[in-house]
Design a protein around this ligand. Structure first.
Ligand SMILES: Cc1cc2nc3c(=O)[nH]c(=O)nc-3n(C[C@H](O)[C@H](O)[C@H](O)COP(=O)(O)OP(=O)(O)OC[C@H]3O[C@@H](n4cnc5c(N)ncnc54)[C@H](O)[C@@H]3O)c2cc1C
Ligand SMILES: *[C@@H]1O[C@H](CO)[C@@H](O)[C@H](O)[C@H]1NC(C)=O
Ligand SMILES: *[C@@H]1O[C@H](CO)[C@@H](O)[C@H](O)[C@H]1NC(C)=O
Ligand SMILES: *[C@@H]1O[C@H](CO)[C@@H](O)[C@H](O)[C@H]1NC(C)=O
Ligand SMILES: *[C@@H]1O[C@H](CO)[C@@H](O)[C@H](O)[C@H]1NC(C)=O
Ligand SMILES: *[C@@H]1O[C@H](CO)[C@@H](O)[C@H](O)[C@H]1NC(C)=O
Ligand SMILES: *[C@@H]1O[C@H](CO)[C@@H](O)[C@H](O)[C@H]1NC(C)=O
Ligand SMILES: *[C@@H]1O[C@H](CO)[C@@H](O)[C@H](O)[C@H]1NC(C)=O
Ligand SMILES: *[C@@H]1O[C@H](CO)[C@@H](O)[C@H](O)[C@H]1NC(C)=O
Ligand SMILES: *[C@@H]1O[C@H](CO)[C@@H](O)[C@H](O)[C@H]1NC(C)=O
Ligand SMILES: *[C@@H]1O[C@H](CO)[C@@H](O)[C@H](O)[C@H]1NC(C)=O
Length: 580
């Protein structure tokens, strides 16, 4: 896929542009091994691609909310979409790593590998600006009718359909070449309600599909509650995040985001507008709660538990490896991992980062934990740092509310800076094999990989014994490890491809050795993960596949590594063809 498989890609790309019978005869042997176009989605330039009139009539059915894609960085190149504009281009370059830059766009995505340099602001003015891997059109969805009309149009015209919200997805799941996008990001209704069923009685929040974490925190806070959402305020709450599991600074206290969900409001692939909860469409409810975004149906709204707000303690700490023997530096990191079980069991969550140059806890979030309790839990680690003669900087903060903690202790997260892969590390590995784990991380660091950790207790007991499709690997995990390699917009593309393959072939296998038959968080995984079905979904895969087939019998929805993605094979140019 993309440029990485250029050799096989050239075959298919060349075939697509050859139309004469003579030319086809010459390449007959290739054609035989290639795909039958009738089994593919229509693509721009094909005879079956809808005419301007047909797009216009779709536009009328959605009250003028159809947007033809103009790539966000069009001003950086000489192209048909916008005049070159040096000032606008440098503004885009300066803000491209800020998620806010991409959010108002109906087509942009934040993961540069999947944008495929289609219209890249860091490439020279003379470089291409094409729609490429971005969606061709998007409906700026305002209600259920827009969704149903878009769905019908894509189905009737055999067009690839992509559900998109904020465009944060690391694996390009919210974009697609030749696609019509259903852009859910402007569905902003919210309502605080009372909920009562056999499983839960209490306050709940109903959020439109476009509500982001930061927006939900403010609304909950104003009413005296906290809500489980991500560490980055611009990640959607009801989209890929909660549908994929969703870890949060509140997870050791309340569970994962998927564990909070009481009800989904959904449009199915066949156009049904339904509710899925513990009383009706229970299989769909189960699948959407942790089984991954973009493949079972289109979520219009989500209703989730609210929790009474609590005072929250925050902590951060940094040190560097400057002037310290590397063995000592990594011994300190081992000591932090050894301290984690007690920290997460107290209800706290930690984010930490390290390379072979620096280490940062950034931050620990301890909702409803006393300051002195957290200090006691950290004492063994800090004593160890003293013993190792490591100088560090640290900070304890006490906040009245979770929101105040969040706004003070979490720094803005940049996007477009890395490629990702991950592994869930069971608590038993830290307890029984901590040194070997550190050795693996050290190897990864020394070979150019960076570590990001999320330390949680997301066990069933903590999460209220939800029955949902969250990867069971989460339940005994202590560390959700994300590994990154740095993205460089101006480096030769081949270097970025090599980094991506290093993740798959070198880094993840190091962690897999220590976690046999292990798992990975599907939203932070390597999209080339072998056996992704088992690694991302665990024992739930078969059941999820059956639910996918029931609610999307014609396989309208596709996303990389999503359940049911095996039905389609993306070609070199991004066109989807049925897998043979
Ligand atoms: C900077 C950054 C920080 C992050 N922090 C966290 C974190 O703290 N915790 C965590 O768990 N994850 C985190 N993630 C990962 C995040 O959960 C995923 O990127 C997730 O896919 C984002 O969902 P979205 O809806 O915002 O994004 P999109 O990229 O728009 O969508 C992601 C997927 O969800 C599907 N989808 C979106 N909306 C709908 C809908 N209404 N109905 C059906 N399918 C839909 C899309 O088709 C796509 O498959 C982070 C990612 C980034 C880039
Ligand atoms: C859809 O209609 C609106 C309003 O008439 C118009 O502004 C917009 O450009 C149209 N979209 C497309 C793709 O033609
Ligand atoms: C999408 O619709 C919202 C209103 O629902 C509007 O505020 C926004 O400007 C629209 N975005 C685009 C790119 O048309
Ligand atoms: C730390 O410093 C003390 C005093 O300088 C020294 O005795 C001790 O050996 C050092 N420890 C390590 C692990 O370097
Ligand atoms: C720790 O948090 C405080 C308060 O937000 C901040 O001023 C400081 O820069 C942070 N330090 C580190 C090392 O992250
Ligand atoms: C640190 O890691 C980099 C790669 O990220 C590597 O080039 C360097 O040699 C490493 N340094 C040490 C001291 O291991
Ligand atoms: C999580 O906490 C529960 C108690 O609530 C404890 O029984 C369990 O061992 C912990 N497990 C993990 C993996 O963190
Ligand atoms: C990015 O790549 C370019 C071209 O190879 C190189 O000159 C530059 O130093 C790289 N930047 C970083 C931060 O490595
Ligand atoms: C620790 O990891 C090493 C390396 O993978 C492995 O050989 C060993 O069996 C593990 N030990 C335990 C106790 O799991
Ligand atoms: C991993 O799974 C395979 C196949 O299911 C099984 O044979 C093997 O025993 C498992 N290994 C471990 C360490 O659990
Ligand atoms: C990615 O870009 C390359 C080079 O421009 C192109 O050959 C390939 O078709 C693109 N892939 C997709 C999926 O658009």
């Amino acid at each position: 896929m993309l440029r990485s498989t250029l050799a096989s890609g050239i075959t298919i790309g060349a075939l697509a542009s050859i139309s004469s019978a003579a030319a086809l005869a010459v390449t007959a042997n290739i054609a035989a091994a290639s795909v039958n176009r009738a089994d593919c989605r229509c693509f721009p330039g094909d005879a079956c691609w809808p005419s301007a009139n047909e797009w216009n009539s779709l536009n009328q059915t959605v009250n003028g909310r159809l947007i033809a894609t103009i790539p966000l960085a069009a001003a950086c190149h000489d192209d048909q979409y916008a005049a070159y504009d040096e000032e606008r281009c440098s503004e885009l370059q300066n803000s491209w790593l800020d998620p806010e830059t991409h959010l108002p766009s109906s087509s942009s995505i934040m993961a540069p590998f999947f944008a495929n340099q289609s219209c890249d602001p860091f490439q020279p003015r003379s470089a291409q600006c094409v729609i490429g891997t971005y969606v061709q059109y998007a409906i700026n969805v305002s209600d259920v009718t827009d969704v149903v009309n878009g769905l019908n149009f894509a189905t009737n015209h055999n067009i690839r359909l992509v559900v998109r919200n904020t465009g944060h997805d690391y694996n390009g799941k919210s974009t697609g070449a030749g696609a019509l996008g259903l852009w859910m990001g402007n569905l902003k209704d919210t309502e605080i309600k009372d909920w009562s069923d056999k499983h839960y009685t209490g306050k709940a929040i109903k959020v439109g599909a476009g509500i982001r974490g930061g927006e939900a925190y403010k609304i909950a806070d104003a009413a005296g509650y906290q809500v489980v959402g991500g560490e980055c305020p611009t990640v959607g709450i009801a989209g890929g995040y909660s549908q994929g599991g969703g870890h949060s600074a509140l997870t050791s206290r309340h569970g994962l985001a998927a564990d909070q969900v009481l009800e989904w409001e959904v449009v199915t692939a066949t156009g049904g507008h339904i509710l899925a909860n513990r009383q009706q469409n229970t299989d769909l409810y189960w699948a959407l709660s942790g089984g991954g975004g973009g493949t079972y149906g289109i979520v219009l709204s989500m209703t989730s538990k609210l929790h009474p707000d609590t005072p929250t303690v925050g902590f951060n700490l940094t040190f560097t490896s400057a002037g310290i023997p590397m063995d000592i530096y990594y011994e300190a990191i081992t000591a932090y991992h050894a301290a984690l079980p007690a920290i997460v069991d107290a209800g706290a969550m930690s984010v930490w980062y390290f390379t072979n140059e620096s280490f940062a806890i950034s931050p620990i979030t301890a909702p409803d934990v006393g300051l002195s309790e957290l200090m006691d839990l950290l004492a063994p680690f800090m004593d160890k740092l003293d013993q190792l003669n490591i100088t560090y900087t640290h900070y304890f903060g006490q906040f009245e509310t979770y929101l105040e903690h969040f706004d003070t202790m979490f720094s803005p997260i940049q996007v477009g800076i890395a490629q990702y892969g991950g592994r869930l590390i069971p608590r038993s590995v830290v307890e029984n094999n901590n040194t070997a784990l550190t050795e693996a991380f050290r190897f990864i660091n020394e070979n150019g990989g960076q570590f990001i950790g999320v330390g949680v207790n997301a066990s069933l007991a903590r999460s209220g014994f939800p029955e949902n499709a969250v990867n069971p690997g989460w339940r005994d995990a202590l560390i959700d490890t994300t590994l990154t390699t740095p993205w460089n917009f101006t480096a030769p593309w081949e270097e970025m491809v090599a980094n991506k393959d290093k993740m798959t072939n070198l880094f993840i296998p190091k962690l897999a050795e220590l976690t046999p038959n292990g798992s990975c968080y599907l939203n932070e995984g390597d999209f080339q993960q072998p056996n992704f079905q088992e690694v991302f979904y665990g024992k739930n895969y078969q059941k999820l596949s059956e639910i996918k087939d029931k609610y999307d019998p014609h396989h309208i929805f596709y996303a990389t590594t999503a359940v049911g993605s095996e039905y389609w094979e993306p070609q070199e140019d991004g066109r989807l063809c049925r897998a043979t």
